[in-house]
Design a protein around this ligand. Structure first.
Ligand SMILES: Cc1cc2nc3c(=O)[nH]c(=O)nc-3n(C[C@H](O)[C@H](O)[C@H](O)COP(=O)(O)O)c2cc1C
Length: 402
């Protein structure tokens, strides 16, 4: 079956790799691209589960034809309307005029607003079953994972769960498409970067979805980005469960904003003290140079966070302010925070802003808060070391929770 990869009997991956988009959602860097996974289910009737971004449309159409030849495509199931998944539906409808488009009441309005499609629409609700003859697809609504209309489709015969954005991540599928064929260390990191930046804000809804789906017997989790989980579908659900409950690992992220290196020295003094106290997992980010998506990903993973900012035109250093805006938007909880601020003529401005951020997020402060005028002297460096030592003490107490 040319390029269409069997997932289970009569179920095929017909997705595409995108190496050309440099920023996903025009926001998130894709150093190793992204895949758009569409799936074809072939019963007496045929159904495509989601499409691909319009730029990859030809690949999708070729793969569908390679599997079903001149047979018609009977149904298109739209689990999620974001255009990286729905982008080829209008053309598919033109190629297969009898195509029936399956979505829920919310999706129906988006068919019209995005693509002016109003005919041959099948509206489904929680628990409805689409009988393809040999395969039966049951639909479950998982609103806000990641848009309000998002749903999943579960094949009662093969026990494949098609989850669209849920459990997906960045990175093209480079030969292997299954979790037992690829380096899952790389993909799990990219699934966390996807989760923390795109889905993490909706963690309460992720928890509801996990609760709703937990009774299902799942043989394969087939998301719309990244690897297909057939060896260990339970593992990716367990990771999503942890991440959406804000459970962290015992390590620390130190993020600094510094123009001339003095605030960097504060950050490094804190990091050094943590290392001396035995904390092995410490990641230091220069906020001007690490893309915010990687910083957010690491902060989502580890329990400790140290923020160090110089003062810039009477406020926080702009890239650090941007990071804080992202963190506020994601509504991450339960982190330990240490703060360092520097200034030359406006005392307290940076530190006060950092404190406001920590209080507004309800995060737990680790003392002391360290403030520096212009450059670090012995007293400043000793205070940074004390902060690192105290943070390490708190992190050691969370050992075993990882
Ligand atoms: C463009 C620019 C704007 C600054 N704005 C302020 C300010 O508003 N208030 C202040 O106290 N210091 C200000 N500073 C001074 C720095 O915040 C201060 O010297 C700090 O210690 C620099 O740390 P760094 O070496 O990590 O960049 C400014 C510095 C620059 C270069």
């Amino acid at each position: 079956m040319y390029e269409a990869i069997p997932v289970k009997k009569d179920i095929f991956w017909v997705g595409a790799n995108d190496h050309e988009t440099d920023l996903f959602e025009s926001l998130w860097p894709l150093p190793r691209g992204v895949s758009y996974n569409a799936y074809l289910v072939v019963g007496e009737k045929t159904a495509l589960i989601d499409t691909v971004k319009s730029s990859s449309m030809n690949v999708l159409i070729d793969k569908i034809e390679a599997v079903i030849g001149k047979r018609p495509l009977d149904y298109l199931v739209v689990n999620h309307m974001e255009p990286d998944h729905s982008g080829s539906m209008k053309v598919l409808k033109a190629i297969y005029p009898e195509l029936k488009i399956v979505g829920n009441a919310q999706t129906k309005g988006m068919f019209e607003s995005f693509y002016a499609l109003t005919d041959d629409i099948v509206v489904v609700k929680e628990g409805d079953v689409l009988d393809l003859g040999g395969h039966q697809l049951r639909f479950h609504m998982i609103p806000m994972v990641h848009w309000p209309e998002t749903m999943v489709a579960y094949d009662l015969e093969s026990k494949v769960l098609f989850t669209c954005d849920a459990f997906g991540g960045f990175g093209t599928l480079d030969g292997g498409i299954f979790d037992d064929e690829v380096d899952m260390g790389f993909y799990e990191d990219e699934i966390l970067r996807y989760f923390s930046n795109i889905v993490g804000r909706y963690s309460p809804q992720v928890q509801k979805a996990i609760e709703k789906l937990k009774g299902l017997e799942i043989a394969v989790i087939a998301p719309s980005h990244g690897p297909v989980h057939r060896r260990n579908p339970a593992k990716i659900v367990a990771l999503y469960d942890r991440w959406s409950r804000h459970v962290s690992e015992c390590g620390a992220v130190v993020v600094y904003g510094s123009m001339y290196g003095h605030t960097q020295r504060m950050a490094e003094a804190v990091a050094r003290a943590m290392a001396e106290e035995g904390i092995e997992r410490i990641i230091v980010h220069d906020v001007s140079r690490s893309h915010v998506s990687y910083v957010v990903k690491d902060i989502w993973r580890f329990r400790g966070l140290v923020l160090a900012s110089c003062t810039y035109n009477m406020t926080l250093f702009p890239p650090l302010a941007t990071l804080l805006e992202h963190l506020r938007n994601k509504m991450l909880k339960d982190r330990l925070v240490g703060l360092c601020g520097s200034y030359t003529w406006a005392q307290s401005v940076a530190l006060k802003s950092l404190l406001e951020f920590a209080h507004s997020g309800g995060w737990e402060l680790v003392d002391p808060q360290v403030e520096m005028k212009s450059a670090p002297n012995r007293a400043v460096l000793e205070a940074c070391s004390l902060l690192g030592k105290n943070m390490a003490g708190r992190l050691k107490a969370c050992d075993g929770r990882a």
